[in-house]
Design a protein around this ligand. Structure first.
Ligand code: AMP
Ligand code: MG
Length: 423
């Protein structure tokens, strides 16, 4: 179609010998960061997604006593019949929280419920399906189907006294919070939250409650950044929009320096006339690297001010998200002591044709799903331009195309990073 806008041709160049690879960039970032070692004590209910600041050793056995894993009858294994059946006298009941306090002897059994403490003398639970009760309700007849010691949970089977249950650096999940509660812990030590400031740069940017004049756009990057940092539990300082003016930008850098752990900017890192960020970093701090062989996001800039790490993200909204997830998030995780690994990649057949030139690793936006035959496949979201935020919003994964690869044909295997897990 002659008048259809081609949204993909705006950035055709790919090879740049001054760019470093993503692996080199990550290495430089990790080398420049050591984890903060400041802890705070918080109630476990507030600890979701916080980073554990200590190893957790159990002071108790879980479960604390031998108990039944099923509803049935507690017996001694010597009463399991070799063949045919055996009749046992019911001498009492053990309920969860209300144990039977006497012992059982040969020929006796105790009615027992799941979670109830096993009486002394009993070591096996016969499930109700293998026990028929006499009319008088005083005896059971069991068959020979039960294994000795079956259906009994041993004391400390889950966790024993002295076991290290969770290690320092664990990003706490709902399961971890429950586990801490099962150990009887009400408060734990976590690493303090990171303090992260950001601002957007650009004379064309307006905040969302302002009127747009010709050529102006709404600043979306501050909102995306705010949302991405919220997921990481950071203390967020939004410094607003700063014009493409060197003095104003220097002032903003000075304001953040030393007050926050990390400063993030968006825009102004390219080679345009109004792109001052890299120069300011060189003059007022340290430039570690500028430009990574990645698409989108090549002009990514990393370094530090006196005591504050600095990330200069490109201005395009998709570049912001890709560089945040590939570089800033791993950096913030390391800084906050989070011992999580980098995201898993999996190989999946891709059903779309993907245009690509060698020279940059590319993070296209994809939708991973099951096809009609229940096979997992991926396809790209619509147009992939770095300004098209819709491509991220529609996606549930990144399709990661290696540095020197070319186009991908339908059916080719591609690497995929999935956005969400279930926990
Ligand atoms: P820059 O890196 O400053 O050259 O910006 C690259 C592109 O991203 C330009 O089209 C900008 O208008 C756009 N852009 C920069 N900052 C933002 C922002 N905060 N929100 C939305 N778009 C932006
Ligand atoms: Mg700009």
């Amino acid at each position: 179609m002659a008048n259809k806008i081609n949204k993909e041709i705006s950035c055709m160049d790919d090879f740049d010998q001054n760019s470093i690879t993503t692996d080199e960039a990550l290495k430089k970032i990790f080398n420049a960061i050591s984890s903060i070692e400041e802890n705070e004590i918080i109630p476990i209910r507030n600890a979701l997604n916080r980073i554990l600041g200590e190893n957790i050793k159990s002071k108790i056995n879980v479960p604390s006593a031998r108990n039944s894993a099923m509803d049935g009858y507690a017996i001694n294994k010597n009463d399991i019949p070799v063949d045919k059946t055996n009749t046992l006298k019911i001498i009492g009941k053990s309920l969860a929280g209300k144990p039977y306090i006497n012992s059982i002897k040969k020929g006796e059994c105790v009615r027992i419920m799941t979670g109830a403490v096993m009486p002394n003398g009993a070591d096996t639970v016969v499930i109700q399906e293998h026990a028929s009760i006499s009319e008088s309700n005083t005896e059971i007849i069991i068959d020979n189907n039960t294994q000795p010691k079956a259906n009994v949970r041993q004391a400390g089977e889950d966790i024993s006294v002295g076991d290290i249950v969770l290690t320092k650096g664990k990003n706490l999940t709902p399961a971890d919070i429950g586990l801490l509660a099962s150990l009887g812990l009400s408060k734990i030590s976590v690493i303090r939250k990171l303090k992260v400031a950001f601002f957007s740069t650009g004379d064309e940017l307006r905040s969302i409650n302002e009127k747009l004049n010709d050529g102006e756009i709404y600043d979306s990057n501050r909102y995306t950044l705010h949302a991405m940092l919220s997921r990481l539990n950071a203390v967020i300082v939004d410094m607003g929009v700063v014009k493409d003016n060197k003095n104003l930008l220097v002032k903003a850098f000075d304001k953040a320096n030393g007050k926050v752990d990390v400063l993030i900017t968006s825009g102004g890192v390219s080679v345009g006339e109004a792109d001052y960020i890299k120069d300011i970093l060189q003059e007022h701090g340290n430039l570690n690297f500028w430009k990574v062989a990645i698409k989108p996001g090549r002009p990514l800039t990393f370094g530090n001010l006196d005591k504050t790490l600095f990330f200069g993200l490109p201005g395009n909204p998709v570049s912001v998200m890709v560089t945040f997830y590939q570089f800033v998030q791993p950096a913030l995780k390391k800084l906050s002591g989070d011992n999580a690994n980098l995201p898993l990649m999996m190989k999946v057949p891709c059903m779309s044709t993907l245009k690509k030139k060698p020279g940059r690793i590319e993070f296209q936006r994809g939708i991973i799903e099951k096809d009609n035959n229940n096979n997992i496949i991926v396809k790209k979201t619509g147009a992939q331009g770095s300004g098209i935020l819709r491509s991220m919003s529609d996606a549930n994964c990144f399709i990661v195309l290696p540095l020197n690869s070319n186009d991908t044909k339908p059916g080719d295997l591609v690497d995929v990073q999935i956005f969400h897990g279930i926990i």
